[in-house]
Design a protein around this ligand. Structure first.
Ligand code: ADP
Length: 403
């Protein structure tokens, strides 16, 4: 038999607890508090959310991403409408269910691990959300531990990646098609250019034979016509050689190597007779860069060739080449005392076939600088120029330093 005093004490405690429960119930009824009863192995558990958080809930409801609040074992305490739409399950059924059921079996270890590691799901990790009709949609989850209003668990933001993936795939497909077309076009131009060289060579050859064997029997006018044919053939041959070099740049899959800039400059000067005879000052450097050997040689010989070509009549070209380190890159400068380039023209001279002068003034094909740009960009570098009309030009190539 319990003593009357003990009974009285127990009745007082029970009344106090009843009072508290009534207050909670009234708060739930008046909408001040949201409550959820989850029945599980640990008996019934009541979770409440305070009405003061209503503005945030409105925002969450309007979001284009799914939002969940889950307990540490994955029971969903709250879900927004977007999540219900994504999972194709009525919102009332989503709440109280286990979040694991919305993911295919192969994703479960990742989910378990992320909950165990308190929400550390690597950024960008892609999972798949399984809707009630079995359809799967790619999602990204962002998990955060949460401890508020007596709730311990996680907030989860579910981002639907379907549209992003569709546009990524479309983009990938288009660029693959473009690449394929471009390669076909370049292979075509390589073949055409290559095949055009043979008849051109025979044209040049026959002109030389005519001039050699019959030169003394020809009228001066006829001889001058033959000279012009030979000159045009030579010009066309240069053009074809440049087109070939340009298209080969895309086709050749050269290996990136560590290159000695100084050596390449000296080799180019040595190889080309027009450069060997010119006044080219090379400031010694030990710069080493990451690049493609043959294309880099072409770039340097094109810049040096232009530097000695574009000078006013009567001026002896003087060229200076040096290297400087700049933000982990090596910049090679080629400076000349030539005619210079107006700032308005400095961008377009790197475009294919873009020339500022007629062939009568300065011979050329308009392919040299576009080849330099294409090759340098293929090596992950940059190219540029500093100049003013009549002030000489300073072209530069910047490549990743190998030091
Ligand atoms: P090309 O030398 O065959 O004409 P490029 O593509 O090498 O073609 O150069 C494009 C144009 O840029 C040239 O026609 C010329 O007008 C201008 N240019 C290039 N280099 C220089 C330079 N060092 N000085 C002045 N103008 C230049």
């Amino acid at each position: 038999m319990e003593k009357p005093d003990d009974l009285k004490k127990e009745i007082r405690e029970l009344k106090a607890r009843l009072g508290e429960s009534e207050q909670t119930l009234n708060a739930i009824r008046s909408g001040e508090v949201d409550a959820l009863v989850v029945s599980g192995s640990r008996g019934d558990q009541v979770f409440t959310l305070k009405g003061a958080e209503m503005p945030y809930r409105i925002l969450v409801e309007e979001m284009n991403q799914g939002a969940l609040l889950i307990t540490p074992d994955g029971t969903i305490l709250y879900a927004n409408t977007r999540f219900a739409v994504l999972s194709k399950m009525p919102l009332e059924q989503v709440i109280g269910s286990s979040w694991q059921q919305f993911f295919p079996r192969e994703n479960l270890p990742q989910l378990e691990a992320s909950l165990k590691a308190s929400g550390a799901l690597s950024p960008g990790e892609e999972l798949r959300l399984q809707a009630t009709d079995g359809s799967l949609c790619p999602v990204h989850l962002s998990l955060r531990t949460m401890s508020a209003s007596g709730l311990e668990g996680f907030s989860v933001i579910v981002t639907d990646l379907t549209e992003r993936k569709q546009s990524e795939n479309a983009l990938r497909k288009t660029s693959a098609e473009l690449l394929e077309k471009n390669e076909a076009l370049e292979a075509f131009s390589t073949t055409i250019s290559h095949d055009m060289r043979a008849p051109l060579r025979s044209m040049e050859g026959f002109v030389q034979i005519l001039l050699g064997d019959y030169g003394d029997k020809l009228e001066p006018q006829a001889k001058s016509y033959l000279d012009r044919i030979a000159m045009s053939a030579k010009r066309l041959d240069h053009l074809i050689a440049d087109v070939l070099a340009y298209s080969k740049l895309s086709c050749d899959q050269n290996e990136v190597a560590t290159l000695d800039l100084d050596k390449i400059v000296r080799d180019m000067v040595e190889i080309y007779p027009n450069l060997r005879e010119a006044d080219i000052e090379i400031v010694a450097s030990s710069a080493r860069v990451r690049g493609l050997e043959v294309p880099l040689g072409q770039c340097i010989s094109n810049l040096l060739g232009n530097a000695i070509k574009f000078v006013p009549t009567g001026v002896t070209p003087h060229v200076k080449v040096w290297t400087e380190p700049i933000n982990g890159q090596s910049r090679l400068w080629v400076a000349d005392n030539g005619i210079g380039i107006s700032p308005n023209d400095q961008e377009r001279i790197f475009d294919i076939f873009s020339r500022l002068h007629s062939n009568a003034a300065y011979e050329g094909t308009g392919l040299g600088l576009s080849l330099v740009k294409k090759a340098v960009e293929k090596m992950g570098g940059r190219v540029g120029v500093e100049s003013e009309l009549g002030q000489g030009s300073r072209f530069w190539i910047e490549l990743q330093s190998a030091q």
